[in-house]
Design a protein around this ligand. Structure first.
Ligand SMILES: Cc1cc2nc3c(=O)[nH]c(=O)nc-3n(C[C@H](O)[C@H](O)[C@H](O)COP(=O)(O)OP(=O)(O)OC[C@H]3O[C@@H](n4cnc5c(N)ncnc54)[C@H](O)[C@@H]3O)c2cc1C
Length: 438
């Protein structure tokens, strides 16, 4: 077994949201075509769609980006191994390469960044279902999709598949999807999903899947049955720690199997660190990047740096790339399933966490973009404000362009903006703003 020594062992970061973004962008185009008619575009009644071509181009794009990242790392002097790693000592990692050969490397620091993986419910016929990993590489677009889960991955896949013409049934445990988001916003999202033809099944679980000639028979815990081509389990993700041999070296894990770390991302073993989903803090790409940056500043920059988790904007249904593409080709009809975006505290969190009273300001209106397309989807915006200091504690929006708008508002909130400052800032009259006639 060959051995080597490195300054740091990084186990292991890769791109995750990439495939997903490609799919989201593509279903948005379908919806834009539909709205375009009311903006005077002459389109044929049927728009042909080539799923295989998308699949091929998506794979090509991932290969291209992987190549770019590999070159960036190589040029920065990083030595890369395509292998599965496990930790065998406080300063040592064992790699199993693709051909089965093993390597051992020792290093001053080890960084664990192995992410998370989807978990499936233990029901009969579970093997007939898929997770988001497989959903991104389906050979055919499903005609009938059943999705179990109420989180953002479930809701986004429901929107993507429905947007491309599939019939979609979404099952979740709570009364509304998107647990953890502002309740008022969740209700708006549920209405919008139903408005787009997605069948919602709140308070309902799946109890069995049965393979038949006509597809998968899905049986719910209410005793109902329906048929599906694809059943997607989007029932949460768990940290990827199982095969890392962490117990053997004494790295502490929490109840969910996540690596326990301090504020600087260091584990209980001083030479072993962990960032990203494997620590199950806030499982988002920019957060993993922030934690990685703080780790490198702390360990190599001589500047102990803690990640700052305040005011992290978060969006459900991201579509910025497609919007710019569509604008570039002249589609200003733009209307997609309205995204939800939030930053800071929701109303419920503010009630629980704020010291004094809070004030809640909500505005619901029909955006200008909807007037000609005729779409009946309201935009809702909400600010949660500390009554005593006037400081804005949280902002939420469900409507066109919400993710981009919230990204800017996140900066204001981080700077401590007050409601009075929001009110005194003139606004730009855009397609997202209020149509006063409705
Ligand atoms: C369907 C889906 C949609 C998402 N959409 C968004 C979004 O819109 N915005 C957003 O911010 N976040 C999104 N996320 C979350 C985001 O992908 C994660 O938060 C982010 O990828 C975490 O980065 P990470 O580096 O911790 O882990 P990952 O990106 O998961 O990377 C971990 C890597 O480690 C590798 N690995 C695992 N074990 C080993 C081992 N033993 N040896 C070597 N390598 C190993 C894995 O193969 C993987 O390549 C989405 C996630 C999913 C599943």
């Amino acid at each position: 077994m060959p051995k080597g020594t490195l300054e740091t062992l990084l186990l292991a970061m890769y791109i995750m949201c990439l495939t997903y973004t490609a799919y989201k962008n593509m279903h948005i185009k379908t919806i834009c075509f539909m709205d375009a008619k009311n903006y005077g575009w002459e389109l044929n009644e049927t728009i042909d769609y080539n799923w295989k071509k998308l699949l091929h181009n998506k794979t090509q794009e991932i290969v291209r980006l992987n190549g770019i990242y590999k070159r960036l790392l190589l040029n920065a002097g990083v030595k890369m191994f395509e292998a599965e790693g496990k930790i065998v000592g406080p300063h040592e990692v064992e790699l199993t390469q693709l051909d089965g050969t093993k390597l051992r490397y020792s290093a001053k620091h080890i960084l664990i960044a192995t992410g998370g993986r989807a978990q499936c419910p233990a029901i009969p016929g579970q093997e007939l279902g898929i997770t988001s990993d497989e959903a991104l590489s389906l050979e055919e677009l499903p005609k009938r999709a059943v999705i179990l889960g109420g989180g953002y991955i479930a809701v986004e896949f429901a929107s993507i598949w429905r947007g491309m013409g599939a019939s979609v049934d979404l099952f979740f445990r709570k009364a509304l999807p998107l647990r953890g988001f502002d309740d008022e916003m969740r209700a708006v999202v549920a209405r919008n999903l139903e408005g787009r033809g997605i069948k919602l099944h709140p308070g309902t679980n799946l109890s069995e899947l049965i393979k038949t000639e006509d597809g998968i028979r899905v049986i719910t815990d209410h005793g109902n049955e329906l048929m599906a081509d694809v059943v997607l389990f989007a029932t949460g993700r768990i940290p990827n720690t199982k095969r890392l041999n962490l117990e053997a070296v004494g790295v502490a894990l929490d109840d969910t199997g996540a690596v326990k770390v301090d504020e600087f991302s260091c584990t209980n073993i001083p030479s072993i660190w962990a960032v990203g989903d494997v620590t199950n803090r806030i499982n988002l790409t920019p957060v993993a990047l922030m934690e990685g940056t703080c780790f490198s500043k702390t360990v190599f920059g001589g500047q102990a740096t803690k990640p700052d988790y305040s005011y992290i904007p978060c969006a459900v249904f991201w579509y910025s790339l497609s919007l710019s593409l569509l604008r570039a080709v002249g589609f200003e009809c733009l209307f997609v399933i309205p995204p939800l975006s939030v930053v800071g505290l929701s109303e419920q969190q503010a009630i629980e966490q704020a010291d004094g009273d809070i004030l809640v300001f909500t505005s619901t209106f029909n955006p200008m973009k909807n007037t000609i397309s005729g779409r009946q989807e309201k935009t809702i915006m909400k600010l949660v404000v500390d009554a005593e200091t006037d400081k804005v504690l949280g902002a939420s929006m469900c409507g066109p362009d919400a993710p981009e708008i919230m990204q800017g508002i996140a900066v204001a909130l981080k700077c401590g903006a007050t409601k009075a400052q929001f009110d005194s800032t003139p606004y730009w009259k855009s397609g997202t703003c209020n149509d006063p006639s409705r």
